[in-house]
Design a protein around this ligand. Structure first.
Ligand SMILES: [Zn+2]
Ligand SMILES: [Zn+2]
Length: 457
């Protein structure tokens, strides 16, 4: 749909200064509120007339991105309720993957183009970490104030306005934004937007991303997974994080092989679980790596010696050299599964394995029958009906190996009074599932640094 059709049902005369839509294709709700509040110089008390009754706390970006009372009120006040503009206010609409609640888990800073900001213009497309440059101006998008480095606010300031930093930095130019509004290069990006949207809409039909709930800093990994093809890159986006891809020909695990995985992320933290026997060598290798990165003469902590039956007089390195499986104590290898002690696995990542399994079952598994079965049985049998589940199995093994390495490293360092690992910062994954109901074609995994955006709530 072209912009003229999207805004066809608007009032002939804009309901407020700043609410002109024709020159500003795909203007976001945040951009619209910014333009109206800046150009009409509303008194703070009048902001509530736009629908934001609680102007001191409302996050305008969040409130306009999905259906909400303030959003409905805003559309009504400006006479835009019958237009399609609000469809383009959701980041989900611009995403090449289905993101569930990812953009709404916590407050996020505004991302803006410095040239667009002079017009008070903002597009929800900019909120995608995978979009690095403005398609209209080619400028690099920013989420920090260029003067003071603070994250860009998404709330009204003391004077009831948006888009100004507390330090005084303010790119908005009232003359440019109103009298000279037609100088906005609206047509520049039209072809690009059409091409981008048809790519994104087509692509997300069969793609879902999953990021751990405990991990707020998913931006970089998401950007790598959702990056547009070269023809849609406005400028060179710079180096992206590497992506691990699990796909291709092979044999799927036999039924009930996911039983062990399905017990993850449950109500109780898991300590002993049956896992594919291919996990065993990977975890032994990880144990050696973690211990070898520590100083070589470290004693074996008494607690660990007791818990894992180690020689208290030998160094940690000697103990691990003799028994690299000492922390996982493999037991009862019944066929293809081995029972492993996973008490040193990082808890958040372990729960995430369960979340990935749940998401796979929800998006690609059969429709739920509602039979009275345990969650574990439900998960495991749903995944058993998906072709290509081997990709999930390999991805989970890779996840668990990292979860184990990071967990063991943290446990050993805290017991030994060593500082945190200087070289390998702890990382968190974002996972993309590719397929359709009944068939998983690939799993893509990207690991990002565990960094919080630091937006205060
Ligand atoms: Zn721009
Ligand atoms: Zn500032």
């Amino acid at each position: 749909m072209v912009w003229a059709d999207i805004i066809r049902a608007r009032p002939k005369i804009p309901a407020a200064l700043g609410a002109e839509l024709e020159p500003y294709p795909y203007l976001s709700g945040f951009g619209l509120v910014q333009r109206v509040t800046r150009l009409t110089s509303l008194l703070p008390s009048h902001v509530s007339r736009l629908g934001f009754r609680n102007r001191k706390v409302v996050d305008v970006l969040q409130a306009t991105q999905r259906r909400s009372k303030p959003r409905d009120a805003l559309l009504r006040v400006l006479g835009l309720q019958d237009t399609q503009v609000a469809t383009y206010w959701s980041p989900e609409y611009w995403c090449p993957v289905q993101t569930q609640d990812l953009f709404h888990r916590q407050p996020r800073p505004a991302r803006r183009c410095p040239d667009c900001a002079r017009y008070g213009y903002h597009c929800t497309l900019f909120q995608l970490p995978s979009i690095t440059h403005c398609p209209w101006h080619g400028r690099k998008l920013e989420q920090h104030c260029p003067q003071c480095g603070h994250l860009l606010h998404t709330r009204f300031d003391q004077k009831g306005q948006l888009g100004r930093c507390a330090c005084g930095d303010d790119p908005f130019d009232a003359v440019l934004a109103s009298v000279e509004m037609w100088s906005f290069p609206a047509e520049h990006a039209e072809g690009w937007i059409e091409d981008y949207l048809s790519w994104a809409v087509g692509r997300r039909q069969s793609r879902w991303v999953c990021a751990p709930a405990y991990h707020p800093g998913w931006d970089e990994a998401f950007a790598a997974l959702a990056t547009p093809p070269a023809r849609l890159q406005v400028r060179n986006p710079g180096e992206a994080l590497p992506i691990e891809i699990f796909s291709g020909a092979g044999v799927d695990p036999a039924p009930r092989q996911f039983w062990g995985w399905a017990s993850w992320g449950g109500e109780r933290p898991l300590t002993i679980a049956p896992l594919p026997s291919t996990m065993y060598p990977k975890l032994c290798e990880a144990t050696k790596e973690v211990v070898e990165a520590l100083p070589d003469q470290l004693r074996t902590p008494f607690e660990l010696a007791q818990a894992h039956d180690l020689q208290p007089r030998a160094t940690l390195r000697e103990n691990v050299f003799l028994r690299p499986d000492c922390f996982i104590s493999p037991r009862g290898s019944g066929g293809s599964a081995t029972w492993l002690n996973l008490s040193t696995v990082e808890a958040g990542l372990a729960a995430f394995c369960g979340q990935v399994l749940d998401d796979t079952a929800a998006h690609l598994g059969p429709v739920r029958t509602g039979q009275d079965r345990s969650l574990q049985a439900e998960r495991s049998s749903a995944v058993d009906q998906i072709q290509g589940r081997r990709h999930l199995s390999f991805a989970l093994e890779s996840l668990l190996a990292v979860a184990y390495r990071q967990g063991l490293d943290a446990t050993l360092r805290s017991k030994l009074g060593q500082a945190g690992s200087p070289t390998k910062a702890r990382r968190a994954p974002v996972i993309e599932l590719v397929g359709q109901q009944g068939r998983l074609r690939a799993v893509r995994v990207c690991w990002g640094a565990r960094r919080d955006l630091g937006v205060s709530t």
